[in-house]
Design a protein around this ligand. Structure first.
Ligand code: DX5
Ligand code: ZN
Length: 227
């Protein structure tokens, strides 16, 4: 199944003192990426469900909630109730991943599984039929502004092979160090959804940056599909 390119600015790089203004600046985005970190799974503490609910009140753009927490089952309902449209959980953090994924879907949201850079793509093989999305981390989770890990390219190839072999083609999102310098190569390797924090909010014109990233990704996806 072919997906359209989607740009998901991460509000980790937004100015929390001016969140409504920054959400307005990225109102042309396809998704709003919200990095929930608990200070345990990651060495950083960020947003709770209150911020997700605040975003829901302030924007019509669907909310993509990336849960970087230990024991996601304990708190996942907070985010579902707050209006998350997509919830992604780390395979490394969930003991009963299938149950967690089914719970997200039963609530009406879309479900995704996230893989850290050191986690092999084979971890999602048996759950692929249930997934709306696979999120490949191209940095170690915790902070914005890190450098893209080059091994992600080969990992995307392995994920594509897995999807082709199984016949299931969830959306593939890539998170960390994405910019106009590398988005085409990432898109040509099968990714369709691109998180960009510092690239979007660090740009003079975030709305124009979103348009640029989307058009670069879309044309690379077309040429990737043609090969
Ligand atoms: C990292 C987060 C990312 C981060 C991306 O743990 O999951 O979503 O905000 O930021 P950039 O695009 O600056 O690497
Ligand atoms: Zn993220």
């Amino acid at each position: 199944m072919a997906h359209d390119a989607r740009i998901a600015p991460s509000i980790l790089s937004a100015d929390m003192a001016h969140l409504a203004r920054d959400l307005e600046r990225i109102s042309g985005a396809d998704l709003i990426h919200i990095d929930v970190m608990d200070g345990h799974f990651t060495g950083n503490l960020t947003f709770g469900a209150g911020i997700v609910a605040a975003c829901k009140r302030s924007t019509d753009v669907p909310l993509d909630v990336h849960m970087m927490v230990t024991n996601p089952d304990e708190t996942i309902d907070w985010y579902l109730d707050a209006g998350a449209d997509i919830v992604t959980v780390h395979a490394e953090a969930s003991t009963h991943l299938h149950r967690t994924v089914m719970h997200i879907k039963d609530s009406g949201a879309q479900a995704g599984v996230v893989l850290n850079p050191a986690t092999p793509v084979s971890v999602v093989e048996d759950i692929l039929p249930e997934l709306d999305m696979v999120l490949i981390m191209s940095v170690n989770p915790g902070f914005g502004g890190q450098s893209f890990i080059e091994g992600t390219y080969a990992k995307l190839e392995r994920l594509n092979s897995l999807c082709d072999a199984s016949g299931y083609h969830p959306s593939i999102e890539v998170d960390g160090g994405i910019s106009s310098k590398n988005i085409e190569r990432v898109a040509a390797l099968g990714a369709d959804t691109f998180v960009a924090g510092s690239a979007v909010f660090g740009a003079d014109d975030p709305a124009a940056e979103i348009e640029l990233l989307r058009s670069l990704a879309q044309s690379a996806m077309r040429s990737g599909a043609a090969r």
